[in-house]
Each structure stands twice: as C-alpha cells, then as structure tokens.
Design a protein around this ligand. Structure first.
Ligand code: ZN
Length: 280
C-alpha cells in the first residue's frame, strides 16, 4: 500500500446487494404479475436511499472518491440518476466484467458493504444464498465476507456492513471492530422485523462515518493462501449444483474466487463478444 497517496486522496469502495436492505423480504419472484414489478422497483428505491446514505457519509468523512458497485443480479438495480452526483457507479451486466469487484484494488482506503445477506443454509435468514467453503471447511464465507476477503488480499479494510441480524453476526465474528447497521431481524427466509427505511438510512450514515474515521484501527480481513474453494449453495442454480467447479485452487482468495467464477458455465467474465442477450 502507498501511504503517501492515502493521506492525500481518500478512496472508498461501496459494494452493494439488495437482500439486506431494510424493508426487503423478497424481490424477484415466480409471479409475473405487474404488482411484483412495482414491488421490485420499490425495493430498488429503498436500496438507492441506503446507498446514498453511505455515499454521503463517505464524503462527509473526507473521502475524495467513492465508487459504488451495483452487484445484485442484473447489476442494474440502483436508481443511479438519484445517487449523490459526487460518486461514480459501476453497473451493467456484472458477469461480463473483468471482475466481480471491478476497480477494487490497493488504491482503495476502505470497503463498505451495504445490503448484505446471510450465507446459504443459514437458518431464519432473509433469502440466504452462496456459501463458500474455503480450504476444506476451515472457514466458510458469505458473499459479504468473500468481498471483505478479496479486499483483504489488497490490504483494504472492510469498515462497515449492513443487513439482517444473521449476516451482521457472521461478519462481526470475522472482522473485529467493524461498524454495523442491523436494519432488520430475520424471522424466516421471507419475513423480517425491520426498522423503517428512514431510520435505516440514519443508522447507515452514522456508522459508515464511524467506520471511515476508524479505518486505521480495523484490520483488513485477510485469509492466507494457498486457497481451495468450493461453493455449497449457488443462488438460483441449486439444480445445477453438479455443474459447479470443484476444489478450485489458487494462491489467493481473489484469484481462487475469480477462477471459480470463470469456470461457471453461466458466467462470462472477460468476454469481448456481444451475444445478443437481453435482460428482462
Ligand atoms: Zn443479491
């Protein structure tokens, strides 16, 4: 890491997902009725407000640059025309990108996680999915802690996480001192007792600010390599479990994760071809 650069230019990376947003219990649904589309758009607005609260907190803490990664599903969830114009957003078809976390590198001063969900197989968590088994089960990672581990490979500390009580408990156990906003208690996979969105945004704003201010006290979450990776619960692809790569090995978490993603048949990381695919 270059400490001289870090004194003069503070850059924060915000990784986002939607399942951990206050008010969210489900979004995509098998029911094609119009009311479900409206429900999804309502969830996108709630996500956008929470992301905006985090962005404002970063700038109010002295950040010079804030990158937001719209990472759920299609990669087009955040209503970016409503975002604080000081930040920039990474969006579009996220599986066509160079990386799951594009532009996250050692030039970032901190990672902030907004709207995270629990790992697959977690009881009574809102829409739990993705469970990464690392080195034969020495450690298990959710999408949130995977992002933190990838940041950790670059020496970047993860200073904040928001989501339900289950993901907060997991991440707190792995990253001592991390700031958290528990915006809902999950009661089942599709039911929660949630704080009201305006309150969630207040919590996110104040705790992201604390996290950025305390970033030098929070250690990067680093898992030493070599790494062997398996995915125990793939979102929406349970029936394709047999097709998942197995025992993917690499020197670091970042390399193992991206190698795993590249080997999954439905991903197209690094593609340079247009395929005519249109997201619904
Ligand atoms: Zn998601």
């Amino acid at each position: 890491m270059n400490s001289i650069k870090k004194e003069s230019h503070i850059k924060i990376y915000i990784q986002t997902d939607i399942e951990g947003v206050a008010g969210y219990c489900f979004c995509e649904h098998k029911d094609p009725k119009m009311e479900n589309v409206q429900h999804c758009h309502r969830m996108y607005r709630l996500l956008t407000d929470e992301v905006n609260a985090a962005v404002k907190a970063c700038f109010d803490s002295g950040a010079d640059e804030v990158l937001v990664n719209d990472s759920h599903g299609s990669g087009y969830n955040i209503i970016f025309e409503n975002l604080d114009p000081r930040c920039r957003i990474i969006h579009g078809r996220n599986c066509s990108g160079p990386h799951w976390l594009p532009l996250l590198d050692a030039s970032c001063d901190a990672l902030v996680l907004v709207g995270m969900h629990a790992m697959g197989e977690t009881p009574n968590a809102i829409v739990p999915h993705s469970k990464w088994k690392v080195n034969g089960g020495k450690i298990y990672l959710s999408e949130g802690s995977m992002a933190a581990a990838i940041a950790g490979d670059h020496g970047v500390p993860t200073v904040f996480v928001s989501g339900d009580d289950k993901i907060i408990a997991e991440i707190k156990g792995k990253i001592p001192g991390i700031e958290t906003a528990e915006v809902k208690k999950a009661l089942s996979v599709y039911q929660a007792c949630s704080v009201i969105p305006a309150r969630a945004c207040e919590m996110i704003y104040s705790r992201v600010k604390n996290g950025i201010g305390r970033r030098s006290e929070i250690k990067p979450f680093h898992i030493p390599g070599p790494i062997k990776l398996n995915l125990l619960d793939a979102p929406g692809h349970i029936d394709l479990k047999e097709l998942l790569p197995k025992d993917v090995e690499a020197p670091t978490v970042d390399q193992a994760f991206m190698e795993f993603e590249r080997r999954m048949s439905w991903n197209c990381f690094g593609t340079s071809k247009l395929d005519g695919f249109v997201f619904p």
